[in-house]
Ligand binder design. Structure first.
Ligand SMILES: *Cc1c(COP(=O)(O)O)cnc(C)c1O
Length: 386
C-alpha cells in the first residue's frame, strides 16, 4: 500500500498489508491485555522504548501501551488522512483531551478556538477542566488572539452543528508556528484532508462516519510521528486507550467509508435542495448550497444537513417514523436531533445563540436509505407540525 494508491484502494487495504503473508483474510483480533516473555531484560528494554511513544513491529508488552489490532486501524487512518501517523483513543473526547494535555505539558496551556464546536468540545475548553485556558474568536481574528503560550488553534470545518466552513489553508497560514488542529469528523478524509491544506493535527470522533455503523465509540488523531509519540505517551499515562474490538470494527468500517460518504452526501444534497423549497422550513444549512465556500477544500457538501423549522422542533423529532430520532451521526441509518436540547445543550444558551445555533435548528445525518423514503418521512413529520 502506498500513498500513490487511490483513497478507495487505501480504505480497503491500508493497515492490512501483511494479511496475505500471515495467511489470513480477516484481520486478527488480539484481545490480550498482557504478553508473556521469558526474557525479563529484553522485556524491560521494550517497555522503556514503548513508553516513549515509539512504535515498531515488535511484541507488545501490555494492552494500555499498544495493541496490534488497534495499530492496524491507526495505520489506515494515517494513510487516508495523508499523515505520517495516527493514534486511536477510547472516544473523540479522549483524543481531544490527549492533545490538550500534550501541549499543556510542553508549557503551552493557552488555546485559541473557533466556534461553533461540538458541545462537549466547547465545554471542555470553556470549563478549563484540564488546566488549559481558551480564547474563542472568529476565524479572521486568530492572528491577534495568538500569544507566546498558545499551544494549539482548534477549528471544526464543517462545524457541528451549523455546517459553517472556514478556509483551512488561510487559517493554517494565520497560525504561523502554532499547530492547527482541525476536527474533520464531519467531512472525513474522503471529502477533505486538512493535513494537505496545512493543518498539523487532524482529529476524528471515529464514533461517527469512520466506524460508520453506530456500534463503535472511538477517537483518532492523525499527525506527524513526532506529535504521535507525545500523545501515545499521554494515552499510556492517562489510559484513554481504544479497546481492540472497537479497533477491529473501526478498521472494518473504514473499508466502506468512500462509498458510504459518497452515497450519503448525494442523498443529503437532494434533501437539502428539497427542504429549501418546503414551506415549513425557514433556513437550510448545507455546505453544498453555499455559493461562497472555501475553494479547493471539501469535495461536495457532505452527509449532514441542518435546517430550521417554523414550528416546534420537538414535533419533528416525535414525528419521524423511518429516520432515527437520536443524537450522534455518521451511521448507515439517518439520524436527526435538536442540538439546542441534546448535542449542544451543555453550552451557555446565550453563547449558543450568538454562534448561530437556533433553538429551532435540527441536525440530520443522512444514511444509506433510499432518498425518496427519507423525503417522504420528512414530509409527513413536517406536515404534522403544521
Ligand atoms: C461526536 C463528536 C466529538 C466527540 O466524539 P466522541 O466520540 O463522542 O467522544 C468531537 N467532535 C465532533 C465534531 C463530534 O461530532
Amino acid at each position: 500500500m502506498t500513498a500513490q494508491h487511490h483513497l478507495a484502494t487505501r480504505a480497503v487495504h491500508a493497515g492490512r498489508e501483511d494479511l496475505t503473508d500471515l495467511g489470513v483474510h480477516a484481520t486478527p483480533l488480539d484481545l490480550s491485555t498482557t504478553y508473556p516473555s521469558r526474557d525479563m531484560k529484553a522485556e524491560t528494554e521494550r517497555l522503556d522504548l514503548l513508553i516513549t511513544g515509539a512504535r515498531d513491529d515488535g511484541m507488545p508488552v501490555y494492552a494500555r501501551v499498544g495493541n496490534p489490532t488497534v495499530d492496524r486501524a491507526e495505520r489506515a487512518v494515517a494513510s487516508l488522512e495523508s499523515c505520517e501517523a495516527a493514534v486511536a483513543f477510547a472516544s473523540g473526547m479522549a483524543a481531544l483531551s490527549a492533545c490538550l494535555l500534550t501541549v499543556a505539558a510542553a508549557g503551552k496551556s493557552h488555546v485559541v478556538a473557533i466556534r461553533p464546536l461540538y458541545g462537549t468540545s466547547d465545554f471542555l475548553l470553556e470549563s478549563g477542566l484540564l488546566g488549559v485556558t481558551t480564547t474563542f474568536v472568529d476565524a479572521d481574528s486568530v492572528v491577534s488572539a495568538i500569544r507566546p503560550d498558545t499551544g494549539l488553534v482548534i477549528v471544526e470545518s464543517p462545524a457541528n452543528p451549523t455546517l459553517d466552513e472556514v478556509d483551512i489553508r488561510q487559517l493554517a497560514n494565520d497560525c504561523g508556528d502554532v499547530p492547527l488542529l482541525v476536527d474533520n469528523t464531519f467531512a472525513t478524509p474522503i471529502l477533505q484532508r486538512p493535513a494537505e491544506l496545512g493543518a498539523a493535527i487532524v482529529l476524528h470522533s471515529a464514533t461517527k462516519f469512520l466506524g460508520g455503523h453506530g456500534d463503535v465509540l472511538a477517537g483518532v488523531v492523525a499527525c506527524s510521528e513526532e506529535f504521535a509519540r507525545q500523545i501515545r505517551n499521554v494515552r499510556y499515562a492517562t489510559g484513554g486507550t481504544l479497546h481492540p474490538l472497537a479497533g477491529y470494527l473501526l478498521l472494518r468500517g473504514l473499508s466502506t467509508l468512500p462509498i458510504r460518504m459518497r452515497a450519503s452526501s448525494e442523498s443529503a444534497r437532494i434533501l437539502a435542495e428539497r427542504l429549501s423549497d418546503h414551506p415549513a422550513i425557514t433556513a437550510v444549512h448545507y455546505p453544498g448550497l453555499n455559493p461562497n465556500r472555501p475553494a479547493g477544500q471539501m469535495e461536495g457538501g457532505g452527509a449532514l444537513v441542518s435546517f430550521e423549522v417554523a414550528g416546534d422542533p420537538a414535533d419533528v423529532i416525535g414525528g419521524v417514523r423511518l429516520i432515527t430520532p437520536a443524537v450522534s451521526l455518521g451511521s448507515v441509518d439517518t439520524l436527526i436531533q435538536n442540538p439546542a436540547s441534546i448535542s449542544h445543550h451543555i453550552m451557555d444558551p446565550d453563547v449558543r445563540h450568538d454562534v448561530g445555533i437556533s433553538d429551532k435548528l435540527l441536525r440530520m445525518s443522512v444514511g444509506l436509505e433510499h432518498v425518496d423514503d427519507l423525503w417522504e418521512d420528512l414530509c409527513q413529520t413536517l406536515a404534522v407540525m403544521g
